[in-house]
Write a protein that binds this ligand. Structure first.
Ligand code: ZN
Length: 531
């Protein structure tokens, strides 16, 4: 038996349910997925507490919550004295063993394509790996095995610039896209997915793999910039010619994706077990909350006074807060974190609060955040405020923000120095929702069932179980047994085995250059991680 895993970044039932329906004599946009709805099992999949791509995929791949793997955001910050330095996370920040490594060290033949934070690849990994979320120039040296990249080059139509992130595409990126830019952005993801599909198909036909896993991230990219053309609730009223064209283009994307899923399932053979999942769902956000402006108003932070130059404008537009650290005790680092960091003085003379005042300070901060209310209705704008020990228990908890905020419309915060603090968006946008999707289909799997919501950490456990391996004893995720037929479970009971075998990746291979970091940030802005 073979196991096939297809990741769809940001996929949500809110969109998919509509795309699998036949209306009148019109065929469904995703007929193959429609068949999986009928002949497989599906459930909602609860994402990580901050339903964000990096922590969520790493949790899916490691069976652990971010408090145990250590990836909380796109960007890691380090406070040194009175300054804060930012770098992008990579695989070396993940402190937990991935299912790709767990399976390959037990003799399974594994291929993992386009998963974020898998570069640089682990040294002991013996399968195939082409990492995602890296610039195309870094592909060759991060592709495993070492000769695999040259093999890819001989594939018909292979184009690394199309496959990976090509920054030339986005050099003119601004926060608000023009209609044409938006259309180009959506269009750009069709050939990208085709590149990943081709590699997956090639491996399935040429290699005796036990597990092929491939991730299609265009779903998330499209939904960030084209939500208003996709959400079923936003398709009434005046529909412009542009809107119709964009919707059609988005449908083309999902049709293409459906064809890829079908072809991969068929290529995997008749005895396959297929699993599909997203890292988080999607929903509509209506408002912008400028959290650092609020913290400033409450006396927690001070903005850095900067001369009125181009450099200042660039800093203002950048992904992270530009603050006067000496006068800042609590702040939000990045728009994608939705978290608040408290600055604690570690050494005499450091700025920040005294360690002994931490609890009282944090309680006061929580009170102040609860008082952020809608001026018209009096409703709280922040629906949940989580303390990190409640949601990120584990060895890496110290890397987490002190508080995690969940907003009433699930939006990402703004960290800009701008007023008003709460503002309606000019145009509604897509944002991440905690509920993603999970599908299972094939040999040993029940038919036409919807089961209770599962946790994203369960996916890793499920894939290992499907491969006939034990679920590591230190996994937080569990195998959702109601997916499988009783006969299958009798024949193959779930076994909890030895703990994972994590070894630090001491790979000293170079990280991304300043320039590339900068370009990646630009890409994140394109996704809407700036108001
Ligand atoms: Zn995502």
């Amino acid at each position: 038996m073979r196991t096939l895993f297809i990741g769809m970044d940001g996929a949500t039932f809110r969109i998919l349910d509509e795309l699998v329906k036949c209306t009148g004599d019109k065929q469904a946009v995703m007929p193959f997925l429609s068949m999986i709805y009928k002949k497989g099992v599906r459930s909602k999949l609860l994402s990580t507490p901050n339903p964000l791509t990096p922590p969520a995929w790493v949790s899916l791949m490691t069976g652990k919550n971010p408090g145990n793997h250590g990836v909380f955001d796109f960007i890691r910050a380090e406070e040194r004295g009175d300054d804060v330095f930012f770098t992008l996370y990579d695989s070396r920040d993940n402190k937990a063993e991935t299912i790709w490594s767990i399976a390959s060290r037990q003799g399974k033949r594994v291929a993992a394509l386009n998963f974020p934070f898998t570069a640089p690849p682990p040294k002991d990994y013996s399968g195939f790996m082409v990492p995602g979320f890296i610039p195309w120039r870094h592909l060759r040296r991060n592709t495993v095995p070492t000769d695999f990249y040259d093999r890819l080059k001989s594939l018909q139509g292979f184009n690394p610039k199309e496959l990976a992130w090509d920054f030339d595409q986005e050099k003119n990126a601004v926060n608000v896209l023009s209609d044409t830019e938006r259309e180009d952005w959506v269009r750009y993801h069709l050939p990208r997915e085709k590149q990943w599909f081709r590699i997956a198909e090639h491996l399935l036909s040429e290699e005796p793999l036990d597990l092929l896993a491939v991730m299609f991230d265009g779903v998330d990219k499209l939904q960030h910039q084209a939500w208003m053309f996709l959400d079923p609730g936003l398709q009434s009223g005046i529909i412009s010619e542009y809107h119709q064209r964009m919707r059609k283009l988005c449908m083309e994307y999902f049709m293409l994706l459906d064809g890829f899923i079908e072809a991969l399932v068929n290529a995997a053979g008749p005895d396959v077990q297929v699993f599909m999942a997203s890292d988080h769902g999607f929903t509509t956000t209506h408002e912008v909350v400028r959290i650092n402006s609020y913290l400033h108003e409450k006396g927690y932070l001070d903005w850095k006074v900067m001369p009125d130059t181009k450099e200042t404008v660039r800093r203002e537009e950048s992904m992270f807060a530009n603050l006067d650290w000496k006068n800042t005790t609590a702040y939000c680092r990045t728009t994608s974190s939705n978290g608040i960091n408290i600055r604690v003085a570690r050494n005499p003379g450091d700025s920040g609060i005294k360690p002994k005042d931490y609890e009282n300070f944090r309680d006061q901060l929580i009170n102040d955040l609860q008082e952020l209310r809608d001026l018209d209705t009096g409703e709280r704008v922040i629906s949940h405020i989580h303390k990190r020990e409640d949601i990120f228990p584990g060895l890496q908890m110290k890397e987490a923000p002190d508080l995690l905020l969940v907003f009433r419309d699930f939006g990402f915060v703004s960290i800009k120095n701008k007023k008003p603090i709460i503002e309606q968006r000019e145009e509604v946008a897509g944002t991440h929702h905690p509920d993603g999707v999970f599908f299972a289909y094939g040999q040993g799997i029940k038919q036409g069932k919807v089961i209770e919501r599962r946790n994203i950490t369960d996916v890793g456990a499920t894939l290992l179980y499907s491969l006939g391996l034990d679920v590591p004893g230190d996994f937080e995720g569990q195998v959702p047994e109601p997916i499988f037929t009783e006969q299958h479970l009798l024949k193959k009971p779930v076994v909890i085995g030895a703990a994972t075998n994590f070894s630090t990746n001491e790979d000293e291979s170079e990280s991304m250059s300043e320039d590339e970091n900068e370009q990646l940030m630009t890409q994140l802005r394109m996704l809407g991680y700036m108001e």
